[in-house]
Write a protein that binds this ligand. Structure first.
Ligand code: ASP
Length: 322
């Protein structure tokens, strides 16, 4: 455990170190950034590969994260991201996504229905509107006007509908928030130009209340990027992440000297402290900085993340507090 006292004791020195580190990265013309892609859960492996193909051929982290998580959104067997996701408690599949780049530009959609790629709509919100976030019917209309098509397949999918019908049998018309019914993809990447970007997309907590929006499309909660410092993303019970402005908190801790790993741990400790009852609840954070250092930490065992870099590809178990 990163003790708070230890963290405070080392943070001012750490901040100096970070400042020098960032300064030296920027000042060194021959410095070669070490590109890397990190994303949440096992589905991150396929997503990272698509992102890596772009980064490895000199493309931008922004294009990479958009393409990467689009792979997961298209996988209709995935019951936590995209239109294959579990419905809300009234039977509707509603999607949330956001994207952020190295210039702190960002775009987001929430409570969006019938569109296969919410992340691509979020990118259009960023690129083509003066706004950051569009929701519901407005986001849907904007998507259609931007050339996206209404999805024609069966939604919820047969698999998601079967799970929903099973859930309904128990008659628990309560939005559950536990370790089993969520698995957002959050992705953060560093490209060879030294730029960071991130993307986050989800169908949200299974059987949530109709209209509920979690952390995933909220800039600063499910995702945050500051190119001077680092990038972070979150997965798990969105309400717990929002309450501490999770991804922003991780990045700010890095700004003040924490390593990506220390920052993820400190943010999880803050969540645990503010939520006396974390039984059965999971939150996981992932973080990177411009030096290509990474961090990953969950409330409890089970949080996995995928990583791809020149050094290789892997799926890892994050460390955890419980
Ligand atoms: N963070 C997401 C939400 O609360 C859930 C997840 O990680 O799958 O909507």
């Amino acid at each position: 455990m990163t003790s708070r006292r230890h963290f405070i004791r080392t943070s001012s020195l750490g901040a100096l170190g970070l400042a020098l580190n960032q300064q030296s990265l920027a000042d060194e013309p021959d410095y070669k950034f070490k590109p890397i892609v990190l994303s949440t859960w096992r589905h991150g492996l396929a997503a990272n590969q698509a992102a890596w193909n772009i980064i490895n051929s000199g493309g931008t982290a922004l294009d990479a994260v958009e393409a990467g998580v689009s792979v997961t959104e298209s996988d209709l067997t995935n019951m936590s991201v995209g239109l294959g996701g579990r419905p809300d408690r009234d039977g509707f599949v509603t999607l949330d996504a956001c994207i952020m780049d190295h210039l702190s530009r960002c775009g987001s959609v929430a409570f969006l229905q019938h569109i296969e790629h919410p992340i691509q709509v979020a990118r259009k919100v960023m690129d083509q509107t003066p706004h950051v976030m569009l929701v519901g019917e407005g986001a849907y209309q904007f998507a259609l006007e931007s050339g996206f098509k209404r999805f024609v397949g069966e939604v919820p999918t047969a698999k998601a509908k079967a799970a929903y019908d099973e859930w309904l049998k128990k008659g628990e018309y309560q939005p559950p928030a536990n370790v089993e019914n969520h698995d957002t993809i959050g992705m953060v990447a560093l490209d060879s130009h030294g730029n960071l970007s991130g993307a986050c997309t989800t169908s949200g907590l299974g059987y949530k209340m109709h209209g509920r929006v979690g952390d995933s499309p909220i800039i600063g909660a499910g995702l945050f990027v500051d190119n001077e410092v680092g990038a972070a993303t979150a997965t798990g019970v969105g309400e717990m992440v929002i309450r501490i402005a999770g991804a922003h908190t991780v990045v700010e801790l890095m700004r003040h000297g924490a390593s990506p790993q220390q920052a993820c741990e400190e943010a999880i400790d803050r969540i645990i402290k503010k939520h006396p009852d974390v039984a059965d609840k999971q939150v996981g954070f992932l973080a990177i900085n411009r030096a290509g250092h990474t961090g990953a930490f969950g409330i409890r065992k089970g949080f996995q993340y995928a990583q791809q870099a020149e050094t290789g590809v892997g799926l890892y178990d994050a460390t955890s507090r419980l």
